[in-house]
Design a protein around this ligand. Structure first.
Ligand code: NAP
Ligand code: HSE
Length: 428
């Protein structure tokens, strides 16, 4: 058998401990599959004394992840600490400077620094792989980079944040308000340390920007992602959507248009019976569309110890087998800087607002919509909530620009209380 592949693992939390377990429990299987042993030389975390449910006694310990990344007995630096900057970025750069390959689960770091890291890796003759960074255990990076490499990718869509999908489906199934389910998700340990990364759509936006880079040969552009979180969705929105045959999902859509790269991660109404509509709990789903292959749907656990460690191991085993794919599926220097484009394709919208309950209020709203070129498909006023009346419109197809124009106009009527909620209805 050939020489072992030696890992240095920084971060021994949920994912790191999961990776150590797989390597310890399946050493023979991994060696059989790759033709060489996969071993851990050294590990690093903040606290040396924490019980992590794994035996670390056979590994060298480094307090400093940069020192770990540059050790002579490390071939691959496995970065599982997280954070867009700080120690994760410093240690990744140090590893590449020392000629080590890198495997990471860190979508935040790559969404912000992916292009520079890819360029550094290629200049050093190293690879950076990140299967675990997008949709946990689903092998979507490999599917796009390798399995679909012969296709022109036309669209990437998906539900890529399990926490948001848990919150939205739990609200619907248990009839609970957002705040209560948010606290439940916190108690279950689903939320990131900064919950806004989840519910603000940022984590899912990071993931979408990484898939877009591979799909469209573009430099990662997280700033170009149109982002909206789920914090404004009420149980009433979920009930009204369900009543019309829809479910609300935090949906990512990326496509290349003649105007530029469209990337949006926003709550949308999707048909309840569509594959995305039926997605429950913390599960993720990614839909890939290619000109030759048609549509591919990938579904699975988007987070958690086992699924995420499984994805990390896929990258480690590729390196052990000598499979060396560029970070975003083509040389970094050939990735285009594509200008971001706002979605202009017209779609029906769900528009909910609270009106002052007095004569003429509805007429003012109807006038603003008409003046913005928006035609009403359905309208419903439900359950008066003194002193306001909740009102819901479903529009005929319109553009986001027209809708924004209307929302500005609505604020000036003096009869709309608070901000209206506007959700795109995706036909899928
Ligand atoms: P975690 O449970 O919070 O673990 C983070 C680990 O990093 C901890 O062991 C921590 O040490 C260590 N660490 C933090 N700062 C450090 C430093 N300065 N020096 C050395 N070690 C340091 O996080 P996680 O959930 O495993 O996530 C790790 C990465 O995977 C993140 O990039 C995350 O976004 C990504 N990811 C996670 C999941 C998931 O389901 N959890 C899914 C996909 C991707 P201590 O234990 O001593 O505090
Ligand atoms: N916070 C993320 C989620 C973890 O809920 O999907 C996996 O990236």
């Amino acid at each position: 058998m050939s020489t072992p592949l030696r890992l240095g693992i920084a971060g021994l939390g949920t994912v790191g401990a999961g990776v150590v377990k797989i390597i310890q429990q399946r050493a023979n299987l991994l060696a059989q599959r790759t033709g060489r042993p996969v071993v851990i030389s050294a590990v690093s975390a903040r606290s040396r004394d924490k019980d992590r449910g794994v035996d670390l006694s056979g590994f060298a310990w480094e307090d400093d992840p940069v020192a770990l990344a540059t050790r002579d007995d490390v071939d691959v630096f496995v970065e599982l600490m997280g954070g867009s900057d700080g120690p994760a970025k410093a240690a990744t750069e140090a590893a590449l400077a020392a000629g080590k390959d890198v495997v990471t689960a860190n979508k935040a770091m790559l969404a912000h620094h992916g292009q520079a890291i890819a360029e550094q890796a290629e200049a050093a003759g190293c690879v950076v792989r990140f299967e675990a960074a997008v949709a946990g255990g689903i092998p979507v990076v490999k599917a796009l980079t390798e399995g679909l490499a012969g296709n022109q990718i036309t669209r990437v869509m998906g539900v890529m944040n399990g926490t948001c999908n848990y919150i939205l489906t739990r609200m619907e199934n248990a009839g609970l308000p957002y705040d209560e389910v948010f606290e439940e998700a916190r108690a279950l340990g689903y939320l990131e340390a900064d919950p806004n990364l989840d519910v603000g759509g940022i984590d899912a936006g990071h993931k979408l920007s990484l898939l877009s880079a591979i799909a469209f040969g573009a430099q990662v552009d997280f700033d170009g992602v149109e982002l909206e979180g789920i914090g404004q969705i009420t149980i009433e929105d979920i009930r009204q959507a369900a009543d019309m045959g829809f479910r609300i999902k935090l949906l990512g859509v990326a496509q290349l248009t003649g105007r530029g790269l469209e990337q949006r991660m926003t709550p949308c109404l999707v048909p309840a019976l569509s594959p995305l509509g039926q997605l429950e709990g913390g599960t993720n789903m990614v839909v890939l569309e290619g000109d030759s292959v048609g549509q591919i749907v990938l579904r699975g656990a988007g987070a958690g110890e086992g699924p995420t460690a499984s994805a990390v191991m896929s990258d480690v085993l590729d390196i052990a087998r000598g499979i060396r794919v560029t970070t975003f599926g083509q040389p970094a220097a050939t990735l285009d800087r594509i200008k971001p484009a706002r979605a202009t394709a017209a779609a029906p919208y769900y528009l909910r607002m609270a009106l002052v309950d007095k004569p003429g209020a509805m007429a003012k709203v109807a006038k603003v919509l008409g003046d913005s070129g928006i035609s009403i498909d359905r309208m419903r006023q439900y359950g008066h909530d003194e002193p306001t009346a909740p009102v819901l419109f479903v529009t005929h197809k319109t553009t986001r620009d027209a809708l924004d124009h209307a929302i500005t106009g609505l604020a000036e009527t003096g009869v709309v209380v608070g901000d209206p909620v506007a959700l795109r209805i995706e036909a899928l």
